[in-house]
Design a protein around this ligand. Structure first.
Ligand code: ADP
Ligand code: F6P
Length: 331
């Protein structure tokens, strides 16, 4: 079957930025150009599309970007694009600029937008970019590796001072409704406790008992990694201090987790995914999202990808519990 050969593609980043997005943009641009396509960059996600902030991209435009955090195309959230009218206007603007294929780097929300554009005749491919790792079809999302390393290093630093002062420290990490960043940090930082939306039973007394028990056993610090999805770290710290008599401090890591130079993994995987997205467009594919599973890069139908559910691995959770404290399997 002969596929209709497209000539011009566009690329945008949408939703929260993530380290490695520049590597993906660079790969789209250079893979596109080397495949004989024209490549256009769209600034500020769907908002920039609706405002026609569209530029031609050359190989040189993405020089010196692979090592940089953030996104050179900027990013935005756009309410208007959630409306049918906004989506139709977006598709018309793509056509006006000759954009037949579009690579959307972002999360599930951005993919929902890409799905709408695909239904309106623009070939779209989603590339998973979010520090939250909360995209169901893929084991890897651009930015998670950098963010989790950034958070891990920050928690190590808090731990030093926590030990010196023999304190309990609650460190809140990002992740929106998902606990992946928190759980990975818990294992990597050897935290005493971790609170994630997928598992927390809101039994604060149990947490308080753990803190008292570990202090009795001679632990000099007590690190609690708290996922943003649980939140309220400051108030929790006050309650814990009142209940245990142990000085307790809360640290909310915040947006520093979204910045910084991407790790090698984020640069390489983002490059692979950006290039694969272009290859799929060249093959005439649309309404697909790129993913990584079982050691392979692959693609899925966006509708199916958006319907998939993702859960924290039970085995990983159980191992985390057994490596922390006071834990007996099946207790
Ligand atoms: P993420 O892509 O990281 O999940 P958001 O959920 O904020 O981030 O979505 C990014 C943007 O994608 C939104 O601001 C909006 O422009 C677009 N978008 C989100 N959901 C939809 C939808 N259901 N239909 C069309 N566009 C959407
Ligand atoms: O999705 C990435 C993320 O950093 C989440 O972890 C967090 O909940 C959210 O974005 C924060 O968004 P904003 O930058 O708009 O405050």
């Amino acid at each position: 079957m002969a596929d209709k050969q497209i000539k011009t593609i566009g690329v945008l980043t949408s939703g929260g930025d993530a380290p490695g997005m520049n590597a993906a943009i660079r790969a789209v641009v250079r893979r596109g150009l080397s495949s004989g396509l024209n490549v256009k960059g769209i600034y500020k996600g769907y908002m920039g599309l609706l405002n026609e902030e569209i530029i031609d991209m050359t190989a040189k435009d993405v020089s010196d970007t692979i090592e940089r955090g953030g996104t050179i195309l900027y990013t935005a959230r756009c309410l208007e694009f959630r409306t049918e009218e906004g989506q139709k206007r977006g598709a018309e603007i793509c056509r006006k600029h000759g954009i037949e294929g579009l690579v959307v780097i972002g999360g599930d929300g951005s993919f929902a937008g890409a799905q709408k554009l695909a239904n309106l005749g623009i070939n779209t491919i989603g590339v998973p970019g979010t520090i939250d790792l909360d995209i169901a079809c893929t084991e890897y999302t651009i930015g998670f590796d950098t963010a989790v390393n950034t958070a891990m290093e920050a928690i190590d630093k808090v731990r030093d001072t926590s030990t010196s002062h023999e304190r309990c420290s609650i460190i809140e990490v990002m992740g929106r409704g998902a606990g992946y960043l928190a759980l990975w940090c818990s294992i990597a930082n050897g935290a005493e406790d971790v609170l994630i939306p997928e598992k927390y039973d809101y039994d604060e007394q149990k947490l308080i008992n753990n803190i008292i028990d570990s202090r009795k056993k001679g632990k000099k610090h007590h690190i609690i990694v708290n996922a943003e999805g649980i939140g309220h770290s400051e108030a929790m710290a006050k309650r814990i201090e009142a209940a245990t008599g142990i000085e307790t401090r809360a640290t909310i890591l915040g947006h520093m987790q979204r910045g910084g130079n991407p790790t090698c993994k984020d640069r390489v995987y983002a490059s692979m995914m950006g290039a694969l997205a272009v290859d799929l467009l060249v093959q005439g594919k649309s309404c697909r999202v790129v993913g990584y599973r079982h050691g392979e890069f692959m693609d899925f139908d966006i509708n199916e990808a958006l319907a998939m559910k993702k859960n924290v691995s039970e085995y990983m959770w159980e191992i985390n519990q057994s490596l922390s404290h006071n834990y007996t399997k099946n207790k």
